[in-house]
Design a protein around this ligand. Structure first.
Ligand code: FCA
Length: 333
């Protein structure tokens, strides 16, 4: 009898331990990471480093594509259902800010915005939502300055040089970058009448290709072109348009922003009009925002309202492999 009781006790102890173990495993903190354009290497890199933060610190990152408002709000429901406590987001539209905040509050989720800052119904930034992003205006100014330096190196006549400015005014970070870039062009002596705005309908290569084509058709008199845009894809679409209009690489200079999305272009055998890109820090954006949400939900550390990340390095055909490798950004093949 005694032996039997002992067996029962032992079995119960084992059962309790198993249940506790399972509960502990189930308690692994989960956070979401929502991005507006999962097809962009920029966002894939942010995801990769958010995952790394999770691996290094024992939490799980649920990576979700959020290309529009409907899917963004649905994703918040599924995060809550899956036991996530918070999320990082690059919203498909900053004006969704108020709905995202309301929904997250109702579901008890905390959030950090990355790259694109939420805008409230009054048109002002929603500063109550912690945000991590770059100094877009300064990076834009750098783009314009470097383009003019390269044009001068090539000995271009500025009177015969046009600038295609791929704009996307509804997004503040895009506006900051392209307006900063234009400031630098003008400060370095490009005549104002040679700067042409190309409003992009979408923030991808087809969007900038179409808008750039219109400028090129309207200005057949220009011999050389500078191509500006808020990121790599905005510049790449412009480069493709110049090629379609018969311009050769020596007469075109484009410098992107991101650095992650020009690798295939810089690896091409034939030199193209894409001279280089300003490489930012998607590794830091991904890792740090994931940690901000994790520390918030697991340790109660509320993140700063604004975390600026300001590094930008020019990468060209000469140094891109080395720079990307140094930062751990060269994708394994
Ligand atoms: C925006 C752009 C991205 C990247 C990021 C820093 O979200 O769409 O390509 O440049 O800012």
């Amino acid at each position: 009898m005694k032996k039997q009781i002992l067996h029962v006790v032992a079995a119960s102890v084992i059962a309790v331990c198993t249940v506790l173990g399972a509960a502990q495993a189930a308690e692994k903190v989960k956070i979401g990471f929502l991005v507006k354009q999962p097809e962009e290497p920029w966002f894939q890199t942010e995801w990769r480093f958010a995952d790394k933060a999770g691996k290094d610190n024992g939490f799980e990152v649920l990576k979700i594509a959020a290309p529009d408002g409907e899917r963004t709000l649905a994703a918040l429901d599924s995060l809550a259902t899956n036991g996530a406590k918070g999320f990082v987001i690059c919203t498909p539209d900053p004006r969704l800010g108020p709905s995202i905040v309301a929904k997250a509050k109702a579901l008890g989720l905390v959030m950090v915005a990355v790259d694109d800052r939420f805008v409230g119904s009054d048109g002002k930034f929603m500063e109550e939502v912690p945000y991590l992003g770059m100094d877009a205006h300064a990076v834009g100014q750098m783009q314009g300055k470097l383009l003019m330096e390269e044009a001068k190196k090539r000995g271009w006549s500025l009177a015969e040089t046009g600038a295609i400015v791929n704009t996307f005014e509804e997004l503040d970070t895009a506006h900051q970058r392209t307006s900063g870039s234009v400031e630098s062009l003008l400060a370095s002596g490009l005549p104002k009448e040679n700067v042409f705005s190309a409003a992009n309908r979408t923030t991808d290569i087809p969007g900038s290709f179409d808008a750039s084509n219109i400028v090129l058709t309207q200005h057949p008199e220009k011999k050389n072109w500078l191509v500006i845009g808020m990121n790599d894809n905005a510049v790449l679409g412009g480069i493709r348009a110049t090629e379609g209009s018969g311009f050769k690489a020596p007469n075109v200079i484009g410098i992107g922003i991101n650095g992650t999305d020009v690798v295939a272009e810089l690896e091409k055998k034939e030199v193209t009009g894409l001279f280089g890109s300003l490489l930012l820090s998607p590794n830091v954006h991904g890792y740090k925002t994931a940690m901000m949400v994790y520390d918030w939900v697991s340790k109660g550390v509320v993140p700063a309202k604004f975390t600026p990340i300001s590094d930008a390095t020019l990468i060209t055909r000469e140094n891109f492999k080395q720079k990307l490798t140094e930062m751990g950004l060269m994708a394994e093949k």
